[in-house]
Design a protein around this ligand. Structure first.
Ligand code: 0RA
Length: 647
């Protein structure tokens, strides 16, 4: 098709809805007006630029965070059309920017991100910006238009000549709309990195004008991947030890559906699978993931059977066993994706299962024949997985049966609360018996339970699954929380129907050892009880670092800045020798102090653990807890300034 034929004139762009609706109910269009919604504005524009790339017209996308939290997204795509719309008597540019759903890309044969999951169009970004300016370079000329709260300030103007093509959008999120106006560099960087891996050959960059480097330049990162998903998988597994020399890479195409998969086995025990449809993450998987899993089980099973490798095995191999220690990324491009599920995070198109399964199967068959030594390693690991799963089931059943037999007996170490209503009940997981004792005295026993944990709990990243169920502290957590692991169709699922506390608070010392223990406990929740994190049940308590007192007056301080301020205030109010106590551990506080600062719902600070970006959290966990020392050291050095690990 020639470029001319591909052009969508202004007449193709239909007028549908006014932008007033967007300002009235922003949540309906961009999900929320918190930090998530704020970042969504950037993705809305970037997705349009990505579409230009997918259509074969764009190689560079640059994102700039300006001082004052405005954003520029610049691409070298075709540029938004500027010709006159016959019916509306307006420039197509104005229509795209001011009419809801007027994206104007009605070509079913091209893949779209922007029309996808949340695709609401750049006009929404315009409606929710106190100020927006768009500049279009197209067909030798430069055009511009400015808006306030979505309203054009004048007609589209021709402002000069240009040899380039592309669209540049600069917007300032409206403070009347958003509760949160602070752009997070890491959030933007993580998604741009992901987009680079998903679209090999595309150049993306991020500049943060709020931050200056030592040499005076702005903080900047570029993201580019030649190897695509193969490099993505290597990045994800940076902290793990590979089992096979190189990731297996699959590319295929059938009936307009494009398939790309990369998979790497490591020496660990977890399955990590990340899936995407038209560059959108599908957290709940769907037909593409099913097709992938089907092919993996089928091909490895067949290869092992054909070569008599499973003949000595006494138990069945489950499809899970083929995926232990497997990290994979499955990406498909589908012309008209259908999203299902509660959060629309699951691909529904049924034809995709077979397409992915065939593409992956074909490559795996060939790979196994051509790489016999690698195949042997994988099959040996599968056999170990099956054996370990068998042992794990026995250990798990023993733990769960014991509880049932003992009449749901709770761990001896648990000081339970009187309330039996999980909605109002809280449990504090406390480091060490002595702090546990103080917490027990300090708590409100009506709704607060205390479970002391002995020192360092097992590192689940490194331990075999059956060892985990034999671990005393972990057994106590399962029984105290009232959650169980069940097997459904060969997969382990967490049953939280009988969860006994809706708030699970990890309470550790505010020092390096304490934050290590927090990380260990979080790793456990991340690996084995992820629904509890997803549903917002996990919190971290924040005990104060200092108590500054003078005479009978005293204040608690949570950081150096607060401490300095308290000291200053006391000094100003007269008198010398304001007294400073540094709390080294929870045990140093008495029960009243612990209640007042850390446990009392009216005054305490709790940090809710969310999985904003499971992918990055997962990588960080494996890096901190895994085998590979160099990436861990590098990570810790780079992040040494953050005392806590933010999940
Ligand atoms: C409408 C139609 C076409 C492209 C775009 C909009 C478009 C929107 C944005 C937003 C940011 N960058 C963008 N790039 C393009 C098709 C253009 C054509 O057919 O020439």
């Amino acid at each position: 098709m020639s470029d001319k034929q591909q052009n969508y004139g202004a007449d193709n762009i239909q007028a549908l809805e006014g932008l007033e609706a967007v300002r009235k109910r922003p949540g309906m269009y961009i999900g929320s007006t918190d930090t998530k919604g704020l970042h969504h504005l950037v993705w809305e524009v970037v997705d349009n630029s990505i579409d230009e790339h997918l259509a074969g017209h764009c190689s560079h996308i640059d994102v700039v965070i300006h001082e004052g939290e405005s954003i520029t997204v610049k691409d070298n795509g075709r540029g938004i059309p500027v010709d006159m719309h016959a019916k509306l008597k307006k420039s197509a540019l104005e229509v795209v920017m001011t009419v809801l759903h007027a994206g104007g890309k009605f070509d079913k044969d091209s893949y779209k991100v922007s029309g996808g999951l949340h695709g609401v169009g750049v006009s929404c970004v315009n409606a929710l910006s106190s100020h927006l300016k768009v500049v279009v370079d197209r067909e030798g000329k430069k055009y511009a238009q400015e808006y306030r709260k979505g309203k054009p300030q004048e007609d589209v103007k021709e402002i000069g000549v240009s040899e380039a093509n592309g669209t540049t959008v600069t917007f300032t999120p409206d403070e009347e709309i958003f509760d949160e106006l602070n752009y997070k560099y890491e959030v933007l960087a993580n998604r741009l990195r992901e987009l680079a891996y998903l679209n090999s050959g595309l150049n993306l960059s991020l500049i943060d004008e709020r931050v200056k480097e030592e040499d005076g330049s702005f903080k900047k990162q570029t993201f580019y991947s030649e190897g695509g998903l193969k490099e993505f998988v290597k990045y994800l597994d940076e902290g793990r030890t590979p089992l096979i020399v190189e990731p297996i890479h699959v590319t295929g195409r059938e009936e307009n559906v494009e398939v790309e998969v990369a998979m790497q086995y490591n020496t660990g025990y977890q399955e990590h699978i990340f899936s995407f449809v038209n560059n959108i993450k599908t957290r709940e998987g769907g037909t593409h993931v099913n097709g992938f899993r089907r092919a993996v089980s089928r091909e490895f099973k067949k290869y092992g059977d054909d070569n008599g490798m499973f003949s000595k095995l006494k138990f069945n191999i489950s499809s899970e066993d083929f995926r232990e220690g497997l990290t994979s990324v499955v990406s498909v491009k589908v012309p008209e994706p259908q999203f299902k599920g509660q959060t629309k995070g699951e691909l529904g198109n049924s034809e995709v299962t077979g397409i992915v399964s065939r593409a992956v199967g074909e490559v795996l068959k060939y790979y196994l024949e051509e790489n016999k030594d690698q195949a042997k390693r994988i099959i040996e690991k599968v056999i170990i997985a099956a054996t370990a799963r068998h042992a794990a089931r026995k250990a798990r059943e023993a733990v769960q049966r014991k509880n049932v037999l003992a009449g749901g007996g709770l761990p001896g170490k648990l000081s339970d609360c009187s309330s039996k209503d999980p909605v109002e009940s809280e449990i504090f997981l406390v480091e060490g018996d002595s702090a546990g004792g103080t917490a027990k005295q300090g708590r409100d026993r009506n709704f607060q339970a205390i479970l002391p944990l002995r020192g360092k709990i097992l590192n689940v990243e490194k331990a075999l699954e059956y060892k985990i169920y034999e671990n005393e502290e972990i057994k106590n957590m399962f029984t105290a929380l009232g959650v169980t692991i069940e097997e459904k169709e060969g997969a382990r699922v967490l049953n939280i129907d009988k969860l006994r506390y809706y708030k699970i608070v990890i309470m550790c010392d505010a020092d390096v050892d304490g934050s290590h223990i927090v990380t260990l406990i979080l790793t456990f929740f991340f690996r084995y009880m992820i629904p509890l994190i997803e549903q917002g049940h996990i919190y971290i308590a924040a005990p104060p670092l200092y108590q500054v007192s003078k005479g009978k007056q005293s204040v608690y301080c949570w950081d150096e800045e607060e401490r300095a301020q308290a000291v200053e205030t006391f000094r100003k109010n007269g008198g010398a020798d304001p007294k400073i106590q540094r709390y080294k551990g929870l045990g140093e506080m008495n029960a009243d102090q612990l209640w007042e600062t850390t446990m009392d719902p009216d005054t305490r600070i709790l940090r809710q653990v969310t999985i904003d970006d499971a992918l990055e959290a997962d990588r960080v966990f494996s890096m901190l807890m895994g085998d590979e020392v160099p990436p861990r050291r590098q990570f810790i050095e780079e992040n040494a300034k953050y005392a806590n690990i933010d999940v």
